[in-house]
Design a binder for this molecule. Structure first.
Ligand code: HPA
Length: 272
């Protein structure tokens, strides 16, 4: 069986053969937020199913396309649709594209998601800069042999979400009059939404938002020494804080705020 490192090298070689060159920023676009990739100039698009060792993404609202090109003057590699743990992917698969981004030379990733608001001052439609995370997914993508090519056995997570990037994003948000929130993202495995009791627990533990992604990708980004900007779209209030939860509302809210979301990410890319 080929090793993970061999698979990664094959994938990276394939992507380079398709004309994808230097990458500054990886861009991981969450549920309903993939449209931003359509603004990438001189785009090279590769469907996931064509890429060796890439699994297909299965969630409604996820296009499953790798898009490379220029956005706000920066070379970006965007994942239009990510791999989730709840789809049955291993943590290695969930985080595979982050390692590909690292091998292609990215120095940073912008990680985005749709999530539930736990902080009682949040309302659906708010955009939140992630300042830290709680891994409550019951797994860690770095369990197993350490890939020394990427980073150390015991990575420091103290500044996993780069403080300086958040500062820049706040300045950008003020200029755009976006009233950005900031807080801690807590990752659950899903696919169930949380129970009201789990949300009370999450709040007690210090979470401001809950979701089913992002945490493993940011662990692998930190391991690889990538800088991270995390942006959450609060699509709903978490369980017990509103009548009920459904995926339609999540998609509706991302559609409502997508213009602001796109402006924010483009302006951040410009400023970073
Ligand atoms: N919980 C978990 N994931 C989510 C939510 C939520 O309330 N909303 C959107 N993704």
């Amino acid at each position: 069986m080929a090793s993970l490192m061999e698979d990664l090298r094959n994938t990276t070689a394939f992507i380079k053969d398709r004309g994808i060159g230097a990458v500054d920023f990886g861009l991981i676009l969450g549920s309903g937020l993939g449209e931003l990739a359509e603004e990438i100039e001189d785009a090279i698009k590769i469907p996931y199913q064509d890429i060796p060792h890439f699994p297909a993404s299965t969630v409604v609202g996820h296009a499953g396309m790798l898009v490379y090109g220029t956005l706000s003057g920066k070379k970006v590699l965007a994942l239009q649709g990510r791999f989730h743990y709840y789809e049955g992917n291993s943590m290695t698969t969930v985080t595979y594209p982050v390692r590909v981004m690292a091998l292609l030379g990215a120095h940073s990733v912008i990680v985005t998601n749709a999530c539930g608001g736990v902080n009682e001052s949040f309302v659906p439609g708010d955009l939140m800069l992630i300042n830290d995370q709680i891994n409550y997914m019951g797994a860690n993508p770095l369990i197993g042999e350490n890939l020394e090519e990427f980073g150390p056995r015991f990575p420091d997570m103290s500044d996993a979400y780069t403080a300086q990037y958040r500062q820049v994003a706040h300045e950008v948000g003020e200029k755009l009059h976006l009233n950005l929130k900031e807080g801690v993202y807590m990752g659950f495995s899903g696919p169930t939404y949380e129970t009201p009791a789990e949300i009370r627990m999450a709040r007690t533990m210090g979470a401001d938002a809950v979701g089913m992604s992002t945490v493993p990708e940011v662990i692998v980004a930190a391991h690889s020494g990538l800088k991270v900007l995390g942006v959450s779209c609060i699509t709903n209030l978490a369980a017990g804080m509103q009548a009920n939860l459904n995926h339609e509302e999540v998609v509706e809210t991302t559609q409502r705020v997508k213009a602001s979301f796109k402006e924010l990410i483009k302006a951040c890319l410009q400023a970073l």
